[in-house]
Design a protein around this ligand. Structure first.
Ligand SMILES: C[S@@+](CC[C@H](N)C(=O)[O-])C[C@H]1O[C@@H](n2cnc3c(N)ncnc32)[C@H](O)[C@@H]1O
Length: 237
């Protein structure tokens, strides 16, 4: 069954442009980069790298990135944009790398795209060196629990964000502009339990707000934040 990514790839590439979409440009990029700068990271695996924008940002920080993604059209674009880069077809559930081969593993808005999240989180942890860092940006679970309806009008005409069946893990088609893809909803406790079960230690948790964005858009984001950032550390050997 398709997850929509091959069919949506050209619209996705256009949507990202050079600076990324709203969430990346005004909410996530700055704190994600801030957590990696001057930390001495050497070798990073970007799991679900898409068209490679974040790998290019990692390389600019002096961190050597490898990007993997199952969507061939996105990997093709990543290679065109960055011929010196290392981009491979691959899935999070079967990372084709030895144990303990990266000091930084990144999942930038990909947990919601990965069907077998249990195996994928175990794989991300397996390829991390002892004391290595797993940096995650994800959609908030109350946001994915509101899909596909999201904002609706109540009986008085007031906007309400419709969250339902929060505890039920499920996949939904989500659509905007010419992009139509699968997104998984899982309660936050599912992600937290899987990460804790790997023995990882939580070092940072935040719900970042927009900076420098159009104030009207920023206000909608403040009402129902889209994103969270977590940094987890593998225990030293
Ligand atoms: C929302 S995009 C994020 C792309 C990139 N990290 C970024 O922030 O621009 C999600 C990506 O997850 C990829 N993906 C889908 N299923 C996956 C899987 N099983 N393992 C790894 N990546 C997957 C998609 O191909 C897509 O590139």
């Amino acid at each position: 069954m398709t997850n929509g990514w091959e069919e949506s790839a050209s619209a996705w590439i256009a949507d990202m442009g050079t600076d990324g979409d709203f969430g990346r440009q005004f909410v996530l990029d700055a704190p994600m980069i801030g957590r990696m700068r001057d930390r001495g990271f050497r070798r990073a695996l970007d799991v679900g790298c898409g068209e490679g924008r974040f790998c290019r940002m990692l390389a600019a920080l002096g961190i050597k990135p490898v990007g993997i993604d199952p969507t061939e059209a996105l990997i093709r674009h990543a290679r065109q944009q960055d011929p010196e880069g290392d981009y491979r077809i691959g899935r999070a559930e079967a990372l084709d790398f030895p144990d303990r081969s990266y000091d930084l593993v990144i999942s930038y808005l990909t947990l919601i795209d990965i069907p077998d999240i249990r195996t994928a989180i175990a794989e991300m942890c397996r390829v991390l060196e002892p004391a290595g860092t797993l940096l995650i940006a994800n959609l908030t679970s109350f946001n994915t629990a509101g899909q596909p309806d999201g904002w609706v009008q109540d009986a008085d005409g007031n906007p309400r964000f419709s969250i339902d069946h929060y505890m039920e893990e499920r996949v939904e088609w989500v659509q905007w502009r010419d992009i139509r893809i699968h997104n998984w909803h899982r309660p936050l406790s599912t992600y937290m339990s899987l990460l804790l079960d790997q023995g990882l230690q939580l070092r940072h948790f935040s719900e970042p707000m927009p900076v420098g964005a159009d104030p009207v858009k920023a206000e909608w984001h403040r009402r129902v934040p889209y994103f969270l950032i977590m940094e987890w550390q593998k225990p030293a050997a």
